[in-house]
Design a protein around this ligand. Sequence first.
Ligand SMILES: Cc1cc2nc3c(=O)[nH]c(=O)nc-3n(C[C@H](O)[C@H](O)[C@H](O)COP(=O)(O)O)c2cc1C
Length: 179
Amino acid sequence: MELFDAIKGRRSIRSYGEREISDEFLLKLTEMAHWAPSAGNINPRYFLSVKNRDKIEMIKSLSPGMFGKPAAIMILCADKDRARKKASTNGDVYSILDVAMAAQNMLLAAHALELGACVIRSFHAPAIGKLLGLPDHIVPELLIALGYPAGDQPRGVRPELNGIYHRESFKGSVVNDQK
Ligand SMILES: Cc1cc2nc3c(=O)[nH]c(=O)nc-3n(C[C@H](O)[C@H](O)[C@H](O)COP(=O)(O)O)c2cc1C
């Protein structure tokens, strides 16, 4: 898949079929996420995969922002201790940005493997951390719901590029939020 097509073709998919996702694919997604940039190359990231149906249901019950029945969930975590030790007060924000970078790699990799995926921030992090046995300093920052796509695929929507791109200096906001 050509990179520009992959970037523009990826959509958040929230409706999934029953088909299982192989462990090999989940490992490939993690490998691609792991190669995302990391501030100071600190790499304060952990990735957990969940395929167990009961556990998926439990995570779903703790995640108001999760829709459909994913076949797997990836939990992208930030190691706050490691980030703070290496980057002091910048550690907190670096670790979140690092996870976000990894998430985009994972979403694109999922798209390349013809998986549907949706990144999710609306979840109860402490409860999910407890469910998965995470120590307090390893915080789930994002979930990625995964499954083979089912049903109609959503179309991409973005504001006009010429309203958000400025050369040399900011020319003022012309983004129309009145959709
Ligand atoms: C930080 C972040 C948090 C998000 N949280 C959720 C979420 O909790 N639930 C959800 O369904 N989608 C979530 N999304 C997905 C966005 O809704 C989606 O990317 C946006 O509507 C644009 O659609 P597209 O990804 O298909 O281009 C999140 C996206 C980002 C970047």
